[in-house]
Design a protein around this ligand. Sequence first.
Ligand SMILES: Nc1ncnc2c1ncn2[C@@H]1O[C@H](COP(=O)(O)OP(=O)(O)OP(=O)(O)O)[C@@H](O)[C@H]1O
Ligand SMILES: [Mg+2]
Ligand SMILES: [Zn+2]
Length: 399
Amino acid sequence: MALAIYRKYRPKTLSEVLGQEVIVEILQNAAQLDRLAHAYLFFGPRGSGKTTVARLVAKIANCETRHKDAKFKKQGEPCNKCRPCQEIDNGTALDVIEIDAASNRGIDEIRNLKEGIRLSPTSYQYKVFIIDEAHQLTSAAFNALLKTLEEPPEHAIFILATTDYEKLPATITSRTQKFHFKKLALIKIVEKLKTISKIEKFKIDESALELIASAAEGSFRDAESLLDQIASLSQTHTDCTQTDTDSPHKSASSQYKSVLSPYKSVIKVEDVERILGRIGFSKTAEMAELLIKQKLDSALDYLSKINEGGYNLLQFNKDLIHYLRRALALKISPNLEKEFKKELVEQEIALLKKHSQLVDETKMINLLKSLIRAYTEMRYSPFPIVPLEVAIIENLSIN
Ligand SMILES: Nc1ncnc2c1ncn2[C@@H]1O[C@H](COP(=O)(O)OP(=O)(O)OP(=O)(O)O)[C@@H](O)[C@H]1O
Ligand SMILES: [Mg+2]
Ligand SMILES: [Zn+2]
């Protein structure tokens, strides 16, 4: 794996973009009819496909095959083979200008941008400006941009991308075609991770992929980077534990061997838990069950095991709070199941439903309040286990 996974598996066509169906359909239609807009605004959470789609638009605008082949054009996709398509993929296209507004805030950059807009493309049909983190542009830059957006030159396409829509001036947003990128459902992320693992030939349990996807909190990029990290770390890890359990620090040669024959064994949810310092859903659910059933001594035992395992207790408490609040909310409003399906898989929902039936509303509200208070205290405590332990004792022993 020479390329980072998230770059290697960046969608090359609009139809490979997952979870953004409306956007894909509108852009494919525009491409079929040659009616791309001059200014787009892509907004939505990180790692949801904004930069990816911006580059696809740049390719569609300039793809030579599309210009020559009317039948191909009907697909509403770039060919990925012609010179412009390949140059845009490699990042060597002179007429596709990517500006990171977060780091290019000076007068010079704005002057360059203004001049760049005025000049015709050097070898493509369209000059495409992709302005990332657009909310960070300076007001001078917004002014320069505004003038061009009012009367955009025929040869220019602007794509503004941002995670922070509210920070853009209305004068700018009203002159763009707006696309809202959605946060991605867990299941979509798991699906893509599965495909990647298959192609890369690393064997990994489904529950391990689910934990990765859940830790990514809706960002494909985060999920793919985590998979990358786990794949490379687990190569060394699995090899050490398998070939030489007595000495995990065996000679460098054994580690070298593991790189030559990677992914021998299956990566399990426990491996991911260790690497992330975070436990998976089923263990969180076990702890939640003990709390819901008011089993004080077992709950404290469980907590102490998690602590000894070296897991991040703050994260554990956060996961616990999320679990319990879902159980409580589900008891009060069973309709929420639809919402939770975006973040959880079938079996997890089933378990959660079972637990929600056992919830006593008043006790749960008190417990949640204590856990939330403990969360704040834990951040500043040299002994993060203590506030958590106290919160549990305070709520479970009283009855
Ligand atoms: N909708 C998606 N479908 C498939 N893969 C995706 C999708 N969104 C993101 N990815 C994967 O995540 C990587 C990063 O995506 P991208 O750079 O487009 O995110 P972004 O929305 O621009 O994020 P940021 O706001 O952090 O810049 C891509 O290379 C791709 O592998
Ligand atoms: Mg981006
Ligand atoms: Zn092409």
